[in-house]
Design a protein around this ligand. Structure first.
Ligand code: 13P
Length: 255
């Protein structure tokens, strides 16, 4: 059985002091250190050093929300995957829909970011997902497949075996409107089939669901055969909600 994984995406929220308190409230909870699950938080870049100092030695891992598509050089304002790796970063989100939409990230750029991340020894959490318009037009699978293939085409099979995929339908992000468990499962099964077609080694890639996951919806999502965990936005900013979701994942992993 694949491990369950819960990753918080803090986006651009909090201050050093509120985020430090949030980490303190989460890190020592027994659910976080349960052996059958992996828990991480993807924090704003400037909060990485403080996050590392607080979490060092705990089971809670830390990550970033983006990396540069370039290794180094004259790219003002960018932060490379190698720089993140120096701070013990284990995960990096790549291709989040907010970056694709607000920062014009192209398919090829997302593939390059995934490659830079793997080269730096960081696990890329590759975000894919369709807009409401694409779903209504019957193009949801095609969109997700195109986004996924752009990443797989940038990687060797060995590199691709390191990725985590997060299916985040754009219409479910921050809207309070989560995909239904069976609707999400359907897309997760399709993603797994697409990965398996590339190479059998990719059949066990962790596939997380993201988009308005709350404690009330988590357990039904986690019960689905191809949903290996969740990428959490707003609920990850509240220690008690985040911990409830982690407990659901731990419970599901045991049953
Ligand atoms: P919400 O959980 O706030 O909908 O955000 C999901 C998300 O974008 C995680 O990356």
């Amino acid at each position: 059985m694949r491990k369950k994984m819960v990753i918080g995406n803090w986006k651009m929220n909090g201050t050093v002091s509120t985020n430090s308190r949030l980490l303190q409230d989460i890190k020592d909870d027994p659910a976080v250190s349960a052996s059958q699950i992996e828990v991480a938080v993807c924090v704003p870049f400037l909060h990485v050093p403080k996050t590392r100092a607080i979490l060092d030695g705990s089971a809670l891992r830390w990550g970033v929300q983006d990396v540069s598509a370039y290794r180094e050089g004259a790219f003002t304002g960018e932060i490379s995957a190698d720089m993140a790796a120096e701070f013990g970063v284990l995960y990096a989100l790549v291709g989040h829909s907010e970056r694709r939409t607000y920062h014009g990230e192209a398919l090829k750029t997302v593939g390059e970011k995934a490659l830079r991340t793997i080269e730096a020894g960081i696990v890329p959490v590759v975000c894919v997902g369709e807009t409401l318009r694409e779903r209504e037009d019957g193009a949801a699978r095609e969109t997700v497949e195109t986004q996924l293939m752009a990443v797989l085409d940038s990687l060797t099979v060995q590199q691709a075996a390191c990725i985590v995929v997060a299916y985040e339908p754009v219409w479910a992000i921050g809207t309070g409107r989560s995909a239904g468990a069976s609707q999400a499962q359907e897309m997760h099964a399709f993603i797994r089939e697409t990965l398996s077609k590339q190479a059998t080694d990719l059949a066990n890639t962790p596939i997380l669901y993201g988009g308005s996951v709350k404690p009330a919806t988590a357990s039904e999502l986690f019960a689905q055969a191809d949903i290996d965990g969740a990428l959490i936005g707003a609920a990850a900013l509240d220690a008690s909600q985040f911990l409830d979701i982690i407990r659901s994942a731990a419970f599901q992993a045991l049953s």
